[in-house]
Design a protein. Structure first.
Length: 253
């Protein structure tokens, strides 16, 4: 007798070895996932997903010579399944996807990572939340340099332009995000999560509690670690161990 709450899964990947490898792991190591189809191109898959009605799609990010995973998703009228991207490259776009709660796996797929990703799919499905609209926004962003940030809050998501963020302040497991005009948004993500995402985009962690937007750094005041003054007048301490790195960075900024 089969497992009644199995997730129905589809793989879309132009690499036949990657498809076989992932299918093999799912078949022998992940009992709560049922493979219902595999496709070696997004073009082949796009017209069949609606009738297949998968619960989760393992989607290759880059498929040279054909439609990319991003482009395929943008062509769908709705995303009625969870997405787990598969990729050989961990760059800023993939970090953005992961931060925004769309999962990903690095190839070759690791069993533990796969099991963890499936657990998160079950967790998201148990909340019965429709993520399609903001998932599409994140997917659109991820193709290029990030200009807007999806901020997870207790109520859902808020989109803020990176240029509008002055600094982020860690508050235990939460982060306060301060914008121009000293408007503040509280996020349910840690400061470390924001640091990982924003570091390639002109942000720097000057202290264990503060991550600043270097575009809004107006002045540096000398001292033990020193202080920075932002364009809105906010003054923040710089830790001693971050001082030299900050000064070196702003001299090249």
């Amino acid at each position: 007798m089969g497992i009644t709450n199995q997730l129905k899964a589809v793989i879309i990947d132009d690499d036949e070895f990657s498809c076989f490898h992932l299918q093999d792991i799912i078949k022998h190591k992940v009992s709560d996932v049922e493979m219902i189809a595999t496709f070696n191109s997004a073009e082949d898959a796009i017209g069949k997903l609606a009738s297949l009605k998968p619960d989760v799609v393992f989607l290759d990010v880059e498929m040279p010579g054909g439609m990319s995973g991003f482009d395929m998703l943008k062509k769908l009228p709705a995303i009625n399944f969870e997405i787990i991207f598969t990729t050989s490259h961990e760059h800023y776009a993939i970090r953005a996807i992961r931060f925004s709660a769309i999962d990903y796996l690095l190839k070759p797929v690791n069993i533990a990572d796969l099991q963890e990703a499936i657990s998160r799919v079950y967790e998201k499905r148990s909340k019965d939340t429709d993520l399609s609209l903001w998932q599409m926004e994140v997917i659109t962003q991820a193709k290029t340099k990030i200009e807007n940030l999806a901020i997870p809050t207790m109520d859902g998501l808020i989109f803020i332009g990176l240029q509008d963020i002055m600094y982020c302040e860690g508050d235990d497991r939460y982060t306060k995000i301060y914008q121009n005009g000293k408007k503040m948004v509280m996020s349910s993500r840690t400061l470390g999560s924001f640091e990982e995402l924003l570091l390639p985009h002109g942000f720097f962690r000057i202290h264990k509690s503060h991550l600043i937007n270097l575009n809004h750094m107006k002045k540096y005041l000398r001292g033990d670690g020193g202080q920075v003054i932002l364009t809105d007048g906010t003054t923040l301490d710089v830790s001693r161990r971050k001082k030299d790195e900050l000064l070196k960075l702003v001299s090249q900024f």
